[in-house]
Design a protein around this ligand. Structure first.
Ligand SMILES: [Zn+2]
Length: 350
């Protein structure tokens, strides 16, 4: 009898263990199969991985354990800078993208938590080919519009040697677009021209907001929740009164002395997008919007064109105005319903 119980409990233990193994085994098999498809070995310097694991949940469970699994099989790691992440909501399917930079081939694995339903797509994601509308359509059809944009832009930025802090901005924003690059420029410009002195902190008024503000959050740790980043939209009438490309207001604030210095920035879109990027600004908003490939290919073209200038922010960012900030002015700048450019006298009407 005792022997029977032992065997019985051993069987239960085995079946639990086996189902546990089977669970991660299918993803293991998929990743190994993907590497075979790409004809690449573990730790090959051409290999990188982009994934949303640790952001998404599977069957109600968080997915951080897959970080180790991916690392183990591919040899890619966070420390080597070739295991990259992209932000997605928790309800999103799990995605693991294997990419080899010498051929630009990729294998995209999609897993929704059902072992019988693991999808694998092999596709070439060359960043130059992605600027051709016809090829962009193919990428969209195979990967879905939003995943195609995330995968193509982040992995090709890695291939082109983007610095890791830049890739962190892309991770949070979930893709690379010229707006993120402009945010990277603004932060580099701030750190060069307006470094903090003892007792000071930054406050940023993101007005009007665009993709840049996600880079500002990541690189300066300024967030709405900590009331160090205030996001304010402008109406088209309000925008008309202001210089083109007006990007926001930085306050260097000394809380002990209750005073600070304010700076207004401008981003030179014409130079970045038309002169360097080689596109027409109007093509950022083409007829048909996002369903027109031009919407995406214009952004991707400018992404690559701006990459060699990441450490030359002053080519694109300038200071429009500097001013002193009192406690009362700081409060006014941040309040709802107040146009901050009226507060500092840059505009007066709306
Ligand atoms: Zn964007």
């Amino acid at each position: 009898m005792k022997r029977l119980v032992t065997i019985f409990s051993l069987l239960i233990f085995l079946s639990i263990t086996i189902s546990g193994i089977a669970f991660s085994n299918n993803i293991t098999i998929a990743i190994k199969e993907g590497m075979k498809t790409l004809n690449i070995k573990k730790s090959d310097p051409n290999l990188s991985v982009l994934t949303n694991v640790s952001y998404v949940k599977l069957n109600g469970k968080t997915t951080e354990k897959y970080v180790d699994l991916i690392q183990e099989i591919t040899g890619c790691s966070i420390g080597k800078g070739n295991l990259l992440f992209f932000h997605r909501p928790t309800s999103y399917p799990l995605k693991i993208v294997l990419f080899r930079k010498d051929t630009k081939d990729s294998v995209v694995i999609t897993y929704k938590g059902n072992d019988q339903d693991i999808k694998m797509v092999k596709i070439n994601i060359d960043g130059e080919k992605a600027t051709i509308p016809k090829y962009w359509k193919k990428l969209e059809a195979s990967l879905g519009r939003s995943d195609a944009f995330s995968i193509v832009t982040i992995l090709n930025a890695w291939e082109k040697g983007a610095p890791y802090d830049f890739l962190k901005c892309c991770e949070f924003h979930n893709h690379l677009c010229p707006g993120v690059t402009s945010g990277y420029f603004i932060v580099s410009y701030i750190l060069k021209k307006y470094p903090l002195k003892k007792g000071e902190k930054y406050i940023f008024i993101a007005c009007p907001p665009w993709c840049k503000d996600d880079a500002i959050q990541i690189l300066l740790d300024l967030t709405p929740g900590k009331r160090s980043l205030f996001v304010k939209q402008l109406s088209s009438i309000q925008k008309k009164d202001l210089p083109e490309g007006i990007a926001g207001i930085l306050v260097k604030w000394n809380n002990k002395e209750k005073k600070g210095k304010g700076v207004v920035f401008q981003f030179n879109r014409k130079k970045a997008y038309e002169e360097i990027g080689g596109v027409k600004i109007r093509d950022f908003k083409p007829k048909g919007g996002k369903s027109n490939p031009l919407f995406w290919t214009t952004r991707i073209k400018v992404d690559w064109a701006l990459m060699p200038y990441l450490n030359k922010p002053e080519m694109f960012i300038s200071t429009i105005k500097e001013f002193n900030v009192t406690y009362d002015k700081l409060i006014k700048l941040t309040l709802a319903g107040v146009n901050p450019y009226n507060v500092i006298g840059l505009t007066s009407k709306h």
